[in-house]
Design a protein around this ligand. Structure first.
Ligand SMILES: [Zn+2]
Length: 299
């Protein structure tokens, strides 16, 4: 199974940039750390939509930090150490810096950020979280990429390929299920990791010293991907309480979906304006498949 995935991706990516859109520092390694290593010849760019530091300071205090900002800085530093092991330069790191758990409050701006980055980099492939109800920021990343892809398909008739990986969601009795898609998709393609890759993944995850307890719960033997399905974001990803509703963060799935619906309406109205922004004239629709790409600095 891993061979078919690898050979497909090797053909499809073909040295064109790849963009990962993830919620928090460590999500990229959990979901696609070895995928990133195997595709070292491609231009790998990452967009982190939050700073990984919740406003309530619970995680920060538990990790020994006294300010939200210092906890965010520590998480950023852990990220850089991990990405150094797969040779991703800092200039390929992009971020939105929303507080952890709050990306859903900024969905139109997030969509526009992803949109701008896609038009700058012109990736052949964008990888994001799956829509799974585990963490609202994960779902926001999935939503933003899906919205940009749908807008491009409507306007241009073509777009990047969108793959997704699972991290966690609530099981039938509320337990946390990791590394599996909500619908248990058996067609998902699996990268089985060699012992050297498992060791590399372990070392990369060990860089995230502030996240030790959480990261223990994830599989380190494989990475799982599939084509992102055409989600209806106005509906919950599964029946019953979502994991973040069970965790009592004060965020309900219904409010998240309300924000997503508002953003979708906003973007459908803003789309013609967005596509005529000043950065766009240099990138005509017909040049989307051009092999010449621009670089982008960490912002
Ligand atoms: Zn995360």
């Amino acid at each position: 199974m891993s061979n078919s995935f690898e050979s497909t991706r090797a053909t499809d990516v073909s040295q064109r940039p790849v963009l990962l859109v993830v919620a928090h520092p460590d999500d990229e390694i959990l979901g696609a750390g070895i995928w990133l290593r195997r595709h070292a010849r491609d231009g790998r760019h990452l967009l982190h939509i939050t700073d990984g530091s919740p406003r309530d300071m619970q995680d920060a205090r538990a990790a020994g930090f006294t300010t939200r900002r210092s906890y965010a800085a520590a998480r950023r530093s852990e990220l850089r150490a991990a990405l150094k092991m797969v040779s991703i330069p800092r200039r390929n790191l992009h971020r939105c810096n929303y507080p952890d758990q709050e990306a859903y409050l900024h969905l139109p701006a997030l969509i526009e950020r992803v949109d701008r980055l896609v038009w700058e980099l012109r990736p052949s492939l964008v990888i994001s979280h799956a829509y799974e109800g585990g963490h609202p920021d994960h779902d926001s990343a999935a939503f933003a990429v899906a919205m940009v892809r749908r807008a491009m398909l409507r306007r241009l008739g073509r777009s990047f390929r969108h793959l997704e990986f699972p991290l966690y969601h609530a099981g039938a009795t509320g337990e946390m299920i990791t590394n599996e898609f909500v619908d248990g998709d058996s067609r998902a393609e699996v990268l089985d990791l060699s012992s050297a890759e498992r060791d590399l993944k372990r070392r990369m995850l060990n860089c995230f010293r502030t996240q030790v307890q959480m990261l223990r719960q994830f599989c380190r033997d494989c990475e799982r991907f599939r084509e992102s399905p055409p989600y209806d974001f106005s509906r919950p990803p599964h029946l019953g309480l979502l994991l973040y509703e069970r965790w009592g963060w004060g965020i309900s799935g219904s409010v998240w979906r309300e924000k997503a619906c508002e953003a979708e309406v906003y973007m459908s109205r803003a789309e013609p304006r967005a596509l005529s922004e000043t950065c766009r004239p240099t990138v005509s629709p017909s040049s989307f498949s051009s092999p010449s790409w621009s670089s982008s600095e960490e912002s």
